[in-house]
Design a protein around this ligand. Sequence first.
Ligand code: FES
Length: 78
Amino acid sequence: MGTTNKKFTPIAVELEKDKKYSWCSCSHSSNQPLCDGSHRAKKASPPITFVAEESRKAYLCTCKLTKNPPFCDGSHKM
Ligand code: FES
């Protein structure tokens, strides 16, 4: 499987239309791919908040290298 690190594959989340989410951008959260507030103690980057435009399954990035946060763009495979 090449150099892909399975630890950092995206996590599928069932987004609900109009619901607000906080995507962890610092990687310290224990609730990946979403924020659990750990960035405060770690003085790390805050989450990126977004509102789901529609109800759908979305693959959210856990490697934090995506160029299209919060969504996986395949960067974890690089
Ligand atoms: S998990 Fe796929 S780009 Fe980060």
